[in-house]
Design a protein around this ligand. Structure first.
Ligand SMILES: C[S@@+](CC[C@H](N)C(=O)[O-])C[C@H]1O[C@@H](n2cnc3c(N)ncnc32)[C@H](O)[C@@H]1O
Length: 277
């Protein structure tokens, strides 16, 4: 156990080095995460409700001329976007690999008589062909994936989309680094987000300048165990973002400051792109 802790601390993890345990599907953490998803008063696991509503309006506006509006929501979480998009007339399929979130989304759709298809699946394993008019991947989750997995995902999305199908996704822009604090912090909690047992949280935020990757690392030490969660992201410029999508065979329709369709200034923490097959 001490060796485990020492190894986590002495290591500078290689880029996109995996967490020691599945993060989204952990029994306790997924409970904390669902709670965070459902709290739309702050930008936590999901964005604020007002932002989500504006995003849904904007996505609807972007898809005005799309005929069937069959939409795939990748990493749909608790289904907040999926439900609002369903209410706007989209035919929605949501995919997420948090069992707890998908079960919540399925139950909520049933209770509110919404016909949304939700699947508990890793979106890197989807296998649709020519099936959707629109795919969305929202809240900078694209950059969480390693470059290899991003290529796999874009190939699968392209295959899942119909001809002239639309992909909407957002990523972090360099302005995000202004609020990303490089730091180390140690905290004790009796019960918290990461564990239901008394635990120590060592948080380390690092920036890998050469490859423009952020790492939020959480080393969680309980009485009998120690886990290390690595949350990576990729910082993009408009050029690196659009080039990556072009390389995967997408055409650029436009880029914006955010998923609300704010005119692109480059001064925002995010870049949102609309692409076409
Ligand atoms: C930051 S949350 C965003 C949720 C939602 N898009 C939103 O903005 O409210 C990321 C979600 O993506 C899911 N996720 C991450 N990687 C995934 C993968 N490879 N396959 C399926 N779901 C994934 C997580 O379980 C989580 O619910």
């Amino acid at each position: 156990m001490n060796t485990k802790i020492i190894n986590y601390i002495k290591q500078q993890p290689p880029i996109y080095f995996k967490s020691s345990k599945a993060f989204w599907d952990d029994e306790h953490i997924s409970k904390s995460m669902l709670k965070a998803h459902l709290n739309t008063d702050t930008d936590g696991a999901s964005r604020k409700l007002d932002t989500i509503q504006k995003s849904v309006e904007w996505i609807y506006h972007c898809c005005q001329n799309v005929q069937n509006k069959k939409l795939l929501d990748l990493g749909c979480g608790a289904g907040i976007y999926s439900e609002l998009l369903y209410d706007k007339g989209f035919s929605v399929t949501g995919i997420d690999f948090s069992k707890r979130s998908i079960e919540y989304a399925q139950n909520h759709a049933k209770e509110t008589a919404r016909k949304i298809q939700y699947y508990y699946q890793d979106y890197l394993n989807i296998n649709y062909e020519n099936e959707f008019d629109i795919v969305i991947l929202i809240y900078c989750d694209f950059g969480v994936l390693s470059p290899q997995n991003r290529t796999i995902l874009l190939t699968k999305i392209k295959k899942a989309l119909k001809k002239d199908g639309i992909l909407i996704l957002d990523v972090f822009n360099s302005c995000y680094l202004n609020s990303f604090e490089i730091m180390q912090n140690i905290k004790y909690e009796k019960y918290g987000f990461w564990s239901a047992e008394p635990h120590i949280i060592i948080q380390r935020n690092q920036y890998y300048k050469k490859t423009k990757n952020t790492l939020e690392q959480y080393i969680i030490i309980t009485e009998n165990d120690c886990e290390c969660f690595n949350i990576w992201n990729q910082i993009y410029s408009p050029n690196t973002f659009t080039e990556e999508l072009k390389l995967a065979g997408f055409k650029i329709i436009d880029i914006y400051d955010d998923v609300k369709g704010t005119h692109f200034t480059g001064q925002s923490e995010t870049i949102c792109g609309i692409f076409k097959t």
